[in-house]
Write a protein that binds this ligand. Sequence first.
Ligand SMILES: [Zn+2]
Length: 153
Amino acid sequence: MNIAPMPKRFYLTSILANRCPRCREGKIFKTDKAYKKNNVLMHEHCPVCGQPTEIEVGFYYGTGYVSYALSIAFLATTFVAWKVLIGVTFSIDDNRIFYWMVIAFSLLLMMQPLIMRLSRTLWLSWFVSYDPNWKNHPFEKPERIVPEQMNNW
Ligand SMILES: [Zn+2]
């Protein structure tokens, strides 16, 4: 009988820790510090299982949509929270909505490095699935890749 071992990490925790979606162990970024220079530089391959992190030319181009969606989700969530907790009315005499705007957009700007990294991890996880037996399976080789264009996105 062949039972797949329990995953060491769950999907969400491995995503939040920027781990490789295939083995959920290797870190896909070269640095853990989101607020340092080159914070989105990635390993070419997962340091643990060897999964290539760039599986197609311009692969990370699509992360723009992911970070856009994350940003909108953040704004919507904070707006609802603000409306429930503090209250927002759309009138000339009530400027509470402007406090929300200033705070939410400042936070959003400050969170950009985190959102960029999270978008890449999420994006990769939608194309590379978790394989608990990765040691016994070869990873899929990218069909075409332009090495000098890697990490340009
Ligand atoms: Zn891996």
